[in-house]
Design a protein around this ligand. Structure first.
Ligand SMILES: *Cc1c(COP(=O)(O)O)cnc(C)c1O
Length: 375
């Protein structure tokens, strides 16, 4: 008889460095008497450290990932229609809508679960200005194919890398593909600043454009250059980021161990697929999520049944990403949102389950979660 967990186990828990380390960082913020507006020392320091960690040439920090993505669309002057995936967090299509752009949902690849390049071209119209791909669960989109399509049709490419902090392809940081890549530093993400985000890019000209966009468009005391927003990361966020970054490799290693347990106990069960990014050659995994797919017919229990069963044992796994964004009331009437046009995404959304996954999860708890799933 397996007993329920005494305390609820959630899908994630934020990486919290020792409070003393944060206080030390805060002392330098206090000394500087500079709390925000991007000129503070913590902001600059975090920018430099992240540039190195992510192996990118240019980075702009933001107050959260959604505003960063909003600014990316505006910075690249996207209009009309942008082709994106329905298998993502709500923020992805929402930033398009906030830019008065119509999201055009494209089906996903059955294995990588990222936007299917084979299905993109059929969705391109005269109004299409860009492609917004998501490295879902940290699995990289087919960046080469997407960039090729974009070049041929003169489209811009943005990648949502909210799940892909530290992901690399053949040693190249994931922030180097497409015109702009967005990272989220929300508390639930591997690296975080409580709330926060960043954009990375190759074209240095974007730096100034994005700077204006996140600071009300202000050029100087006399001139406002463009319709900007308040997207600035503040010094407290940056100070927290500096602390969290010191512990990120340790967290990553712990997650790798937990992943190994899930993989060994669930990996060969008929009807269960453990999404194993490490098995995809030349990719460094972000270990943002540990996701399984459940084929109800083969396993004998559906994803929803497993989800409910875990709840009875005080385990709160999450059905990321169900419902699909194309099923939201605000998008379901779009022609591209028709489920018949999104068969793969519809199936995957009914099978995927994100298991509790964070460095602080004990190995025995991970083993028990597997036992509950299999009981
Ligand atoms: C978390 C997340 C975002 C939004 O990031 P915030 O920093 O919370 O605004 C965007 N896209 C995806 C796929 C996410 O998971």
């Amino acid at each position: 008889m397996i007993k329920p967990f005494a305390e609820p186990i959630y899908v994630t828990r934020p990486l919290l460095p020792p409070i003393g380390e944060f206080c030390e960082e805060l002392e330098s913020v206090w000394k500087s008497q500079w709390l925000t507006n991007m000129l503070g020392p913590s902001h600059k320091k975090l920018e430099n450290k992240l540039k190195k960690y992510l192996k990118v040439n240019h980075i702009s920090l933001f107050n959260n990932g959604t505003i960063a993505l909003l600014a990316a669309c505006k910075g690249l002057e996207l209009t009309g229609e942008v082709i994106t995936t329905p298998f993502t967090f709500a923020a992805t299509p929402h930033v398009l809508h906030w830019n008065r752009i119509t999201p055009v949902f494209c089906d996903i690849d059955p294995v990588s679960m990222t936007i299917d390049p084979k299905k993109i071209e059929a969705l391109i119209t005269k109004k299409t200005t860009g492609i917004l791909g998501v490295h879902v669960y940290g699995i990289p989109c087919e960046t080469g194919k997407i960039n090729r399509i974009a070049r041929e049709h003169k489209l811009k490419v943005i990648f949502d890398a909210a799940h892909a902090f530290g992901t690399e392809i053949d040693g190249t940081g994931i922030g180097n593909f497409g015109d702009i890549t967005m990272f989220s530093f929300h508390a639930t993400k591997l690296f975080h600043t409580a709330e926060g985000g960043a954009l990375t890019y190759h074209n240095g000209d974007l730096e100034k454009i994005l700077y204006y966009l996140k600071n009300f468009g202000i050029k100087n005391e006399e001139e406002v250059e463009t319709v900007g927003i308040n997207g600035k990361m503040n010094e407290i966020q940056a100070a927290l980021g500096l602390c969290v970054l010191k512990h990120i490799d340790d967290e990553w290693k712990k997650r790798k161990t937990i992943f190994g347990i899930y993989k060994s106990l669930l990996g060969s069960v008929p009807g269960i697929t453990v999404i194993d990014i490490d098995s995809m050659t030349s990719i460094r995994n972000s270990y943002q999520y540990c996701v399984i797919r459940i084929n109800g017919k083969l396993f004998g229990k559906s994803r929803d049944e497993v989800h409910m069963k875990l709840r009875k044992f005080n385990v709160f796994a999450r059905k990321y990403f169900h419902p699909l964004c194309s099923e939201f009331a605000c998008y379901r009437n779009l022609p591209s949102a028709d489920p018949e046009k999104l068969p793969v995404a519809t199936t995957v959304a009914s099978e995927a389950l994100s298991l509790p996954f964070y460095g602080g999860l004990s190995e025995s708890d991970a083993e028990k979660i597997c036992a509950i799933i299999l009981s």
